[in-house]
Write a protein that binds this ligand. Sequence first.
Ligand SMILES: O=C(O)CC[C@@H](O)C(=O)O
Ligand SMILES: [Zn+2]
Length: 541
Amino acid sequence: MLRRFVSNSHAKKIAGNSTLKASSGLQTPARHLKASSIAIKRAYAAKQPPKLTSETYSYVKRDEKYKKLTPADIEALKAIIGTKGSIITDDIPSDLDFYNEDWMRKYKGQSKLVLKPTTTEQVSEIVKYCNQENLAVVPQGGNTGLVGGSVPVFDEIILSVANLNKIRSFDSVSGILKCDAGVILETADTYIKENGNYIFPLDLGAKGSCHVGGVVATNAGGLRLLRYGSLHGSVLGLEVVLPNGEIMNSMHSLRKDNTGYDLKQLFIGSEGTIGIITAVSILCPPRPQAFNVSFLGVESYEMVQKVFQKAKNELGEVLSAFEFMDNKSLKLTKEHITSPEPLEGEHPFYVLIETSGSNAEHDSAKLEAFLESAFENELILDGTVSSNESEFKNLWSWREMIPEASAVGGGVYKYDVSLPLKELYSLVEAVNERLEAAGLSSDTDASKPVISAIGYGHVGDGNLHLNVSVRTYSKEVEQCLEPFVYEFVSGKHGSVSAEHGLGFQKKNYIGYTKSDQEVKMIKQLKSIYDPKGILNPYKYV
Ligand SMILES: O=C(O)CC[C@@H](O)C(=O)O
Ligand SMILES: [Zn+2]
């Protein structure tokens, strides 16, 4: 049973249950075990049916500068890959579906060729050939992205790094892992856990399917950025195949290196537009020994911020995640999952706090003291703390299943933005008002296209996920949302992509965050390194 955490003085007030007691001894087993089960739910089989394809692509045209694939090209590429790698053609067209469609089945290309090389040299040869022949290429990792960045738009060749899947080395003294781009994130995490008790400095719901190279190429943020910072800080080196086929070997192990431009940074978050990451060198921190999670009911977004401030001050170094969700997010999730509900009754907002550290007793005592004090100061209305592994997983699942839950009504428009903390939730309010004013939204009236706009996310990182859950995709809804959302974010000096990237979805919106000069320099870099534009075309650059 979940332990209800209520301070003695508030026990009567909360849920009218005078038998509730403050809990103690809350340490739980490591959370990585949880991540794997969630990741399975994110596998391809769980995808939603395709809905948007034709509408989305109506405003882009295939660029005829790219050659159409010929049988001679296929033969030449087969010769490069040899017998060890694999190649998928349209002999059985459905074999290509997994690679042509994104995880949400929202974006779908029509590639007729998937190449899965086994070495960096093969990647290099393939890219060299494609460059010479003007064949467009989409690099692909685990294909778990949410902005249509890793799938073709038209007939681009898909270059999957799935067969580049070796751990190259792990130094258990320094914590530096070197691995191929196609290693699954969870595999890397398990490996470094078993070989020195380290943790990968990034965790996300798609851990069981996404690749290390893919998370670096998209600069994924995930659930513990608050603790470990962004990949721009953890990645020490990269191996990259450039658009002309040359290999940039920058697989350094140095934490300090001040010899001019830090070129690897260019590729972190580049989304495969300027090079294909084939290997990563990354610094991994020691794995915490004790994990706790608590799930709290909160009265307002203002209170969410106060709880965050208090958590930073009082939990300090053991605070490893601070997530929030609104009431509508929890309601949608409730319809989608069968796990026991975390709290009795409803609250306007919910907060999930994870602590992780090296001393179970100390960490639990810290969390307890924090929660006691938060209740006493009336910052939180109700709360639970996990007391074993299954409760720990259950509480996290109420947060991690929101993205899926928001799509089951038919579809979802996803916005992933950074905003100043104070203004984070005002976007959700503004969008709901706008949809209601336009008569487009109702959570009960099935004739309306929109069910509701929900807000949740990594509030500790200033990152809001605004998901507009719809019964059906429509131009009217899209026009009500865009460019409004991007203008709103820009007006508050936020970012139109906090962590998912720009991909195809936001190909036209980079200028809402980056200055004209920045956009100009990005385009210049692209044209220097990829003058023919063969890498990941039709995306943001
Ligand atoms: O699907 C989304 O919008 C968010 C996905 C992911 O970034 C998360 O935080 O759960
Ligand atoms: Zn996220």
